[in-house]
Design a protein around this ligand. Structure first.
Ligand code: ADP
Length: 666
């Protein structure tokens, strides 16, 4: 740079020196003619060394630098050309330059500035890298998500497949087991020699054990699938425990052991909880205690730990004086398929599932299971559970096996496809003194229901053609029948109690059917039916509170002869419900002739039972509509009202009957 001693030139050179970017001038030939301190710093050469040297030589790509140089002189300027200065660290620069001229406009050379962009480049590289990294990370995350979703799906499918498999297997195993156990029970009731009895009992015991095992496996499957549910029903704790322990009497005697029950009498009589699960827990613990004890005693203690207005906390403990469990095995025995020693199964049998199930039954109910044991001294298994207190009346029907006359002749429709099970049901129902019809699938059942009245239906769930759910749905929605339906199934894994309820089943029984339970459920439902009504309109609900019958007429006619009154009432009770069903059915089928004649049969009983004349009028109106073959809303309402009235009448007459019975007996 030509330096003059003027103020301007001082000013200009200060500006130039102040720049942190390398700045220099080049001649038309590309030789460096002047430079600032920054250039000296960057290149590491002195001013003298630099002056007169080739500008191109200072760049890693001299050819590119030459182009830049040419561009400056051709265009008069260059802008932001990237180059790299050949210094000890290779500085990246953006090259800007413009020519300078003499006063007469002659181009003398070019001033060029090389802006150091190392830092920007670093930041930009880092940013790019970070972006790529982020993109990669997102992709990895996405891949992982897809993989996880696939894995979840596969796991869910596996669980479903397992469930399905268990459900199918359970059905396949339980169906023949059903017949085996059912028929052994039937055979045991016949006249057998002592030896035969012993053999058949052995078959039954083995069958029962097999069913317990299947139940255990299915229970675990249910736990796995998160399907274990707990009921909240009122039950009598003391009764429940003593009934359960009775089951062990013969086994305890056989092994010459002693069984002691310590029951805390402060425990309220009636509690709310899941008696079936409690039964299952204690049964498992006591059967282990009996199994692993050869001398001494088994103590079952039930103690009240805490009580407030709403709940009680009860501790259950089962102690034995048996073989005990080594300390290092204690923590494992609650795991699936774990036994304290490998010889256990050989010596004592069992699968190592019992305690795993016990744990799964106690913990979800908020309890903790605890074990203390000493080898050759004995073991104590204990757990606590909460139960709600209740003022409710005991709702569970007691098991009534003294089959009372009134229920004799109950008409049962059995819907079941498997011939052996049909036969078993026939035998059971014969024994109860019930009438029965068998339908081997849902379609046949529906046909039967159209032609005959039944008091209750026992419905298998898995059937060809039309399964139990579909059939029930059809009965409720299309036939509009309120007849009680008990679902019977061998499949306890996938059976969805909720689904049973949703389609309108009243009860559910697992196969092999327990005879006493079946009886008590049928009795309970048939008794209740008369008061269960569908589609009851508000008006009918209101009248339902009034009394419909008046025994005056009957007393007059029979001269108050209780036997005659009873006969008349029984006759009414036998005839009316089927007539009502027929009335509803013929109305639904729009079978006007049948409707007319059915109502005709109902009418005479109105005056005998002292039923308000308004209802007789209503019945006659229905007949008129039937004659005109018109389906009207009013008619539907009247049919429903009449049904409701007759149901109510039946209820009142039943009470009346009971009263007369008591009076005439007393
Ligand atoms: P299982 O009895 O079918 O083998 P469990 O899960 O009920 O399975 O019990 C697991 C193991 O715990 C048993 O195999 C046994 O070794 C041990 N065990 C359980 N209860 C007792 C007991 N009362 N006394 C001694 N050992 C016991």
């Amino acid at each position: 740079m030509e330096r003059t001693n003027t103020h301007e030139s001082h000013y200009a050179s200060s500006l130039i020196e102040a720049s942190l970017d390398p700045l220099f001038t080049i001649s038309l030939e590309g030789k460096i003619t002047d430079m600032n301190q920054a250039t000296i710093n960057v290149t590491g050469n002195t001013r003298i060394e630099l002056t007169g040297t080739d500008f191109f030589d200072y760049f890693t790509d001299p050819e590119k630098a030459r182009k830049v140089y040419q561009e400056v002189f051709e265009k008069g300027f260059v802008k932001d050309c990237p180059l790299t200065i050949k210094d000890h660290k290779l500085t990246d620069v953006l090259f800007n330059g413009s020519v300078y001229t003499s006063e007469r406009g002659k181009v003398l050379g070019a001033v060029v500035v090389a802006r150091d962009i190392t830092e920007q480049k670093r930041i930009s590289t880092e940013l790019t890298e970070a972006k790529i990294f982020a993109e990669n990370a997102a992709k990895i995350a996405e891949d992982a998500k897809i993989k996880a979703e696939l894995a979840t799906q596969a796991a869910e499918e596996a669980v479903k497949a397992k469930q399905q498999f268990l459900s199918n297997m359970s059905h396949e195993i339980r169906t023949p087991m059903n017949a085996i156990i059912g028929f052994t029970k039937v055979v045991l009731k016949t006249n057998l020699s002592a030896q035969q009895k012993e053999y058949v009992t052995a078959i039954k015991t083995s069958g029962d054990a097999l069913i317990v095992l299947i139940n255990d496996i299915l229970d675990l499957a249910k736990v796995d699938a998160g399907k274990m549910t707990f009921e909240q029903t009122p039950f009598k704790m003391a009764l429940s425990i003593s009934a359960m322990l009775h089951l062990f009497e013969s086994k305890v005697q056989e092994k010459n052991l002693e069984m002691v029950i310590e029951y805390d009498n402060n425990i309220p009589e009636l509690l709310v909880g899941d008696p079936v699960r409690l039964h299952q827990i204690i049964l498992n613990l006591v059967s282990n205690a009996v199994k692993f004890t050869n001398h001494g005693k088994i103590t079952v203690s039930v103690r009240l730990i805490k009580e407030d207005e709403k709940i009680v906390i009860i501790e259950f403990a089962v102690s034995d004086t048996g073989i005990g469990i080594p300390e290092d095995k204690l923590k494992d025995i609650f795991e699936n398929f774990q036994q304290a020693s490998s010889s256990t199964s050989r010596l004592f049998g069992g699968t190592g599932l019992g305690l795993a199930i016990v744990k799964q039954l106690v913990e979800p109910q908020g309890g903790i299971i605890h074990v203390e044991s000493k080898v050759n001294e004995g073991s104590t298994f204990s757990f606590t559970l909460n139960f709600k207190k209740t003022k409710e009346v005991y709702t569970i029907e007691p098991v009534i096996l003294d089959r009372n006359n009134k229920l004799k002749g109950t008409r049962v429709l059995v819907v079941e496809d498997i011939v052996l099970n049909q036969l078993l049901m026939k035998t059971l129902l014969d024994d109860f003194g019930f009438e029965k019809d068998i339908a081997s699938n849902g379609k046949i059942a529906i046909e039967k229901l159209k032609n005959k009245t039944y008091d209750i239906i026992l419905m298998d769930l898995q059937m060809p053609e039309m399964n139990g759910f579909e059939t029930t749905e059809y009965i409720r929605k299309t036939l509009k029948l309120t007849i009680p339906i008990i679902a019977l199934t061998a499949d306890v894994t996938t059976v969805d109690l909720k689904k049973c309820k949703e389609v309108g089943m009243n009860e559910y029984l697992a196969k092999p059917v327990d005879e006493e339970l079946l009886y008590s459920k049928i009795v309970g439902l048939v008794k209740k039916t008369d008061s269960i009504k569908s589609n009851v309109s508000n008006t009918t609900e209101k009248i339902a509170k009034k009394r419909f019958t008046n025994m005056e007429y009957l007393h007059k006619r029979t001269k108050s002869n209780p036997k005659l009154i009873m006969e008349m009432i029984i006759l009414y009770l036998e005839q009316t419900p089927p007539l009502i069903n027929l009335m509803k059915q013929s109305f639904l089928d729009q079978d006007w002739e049948l409707l007319y004649s059915v109502v005709h049969k109902i009418i005479p009983s109105f005056s005998i039972m002292g039923i308000n004349a308004d209802f007789e009028e209503m019945a006659k109106k229905i007949q008129n509509y039937a004659c005109s073959k018109q389906l009207t809303d009013e008619m539907q309402d009247m049919v429903l009202q009449l049904e409701n009235v007759c149901t109510q009448v039946c209820k009142e007459l039943e009470e009346e009957l009971d009263k007369i019975k008591i009076i005439s007996n007393g």
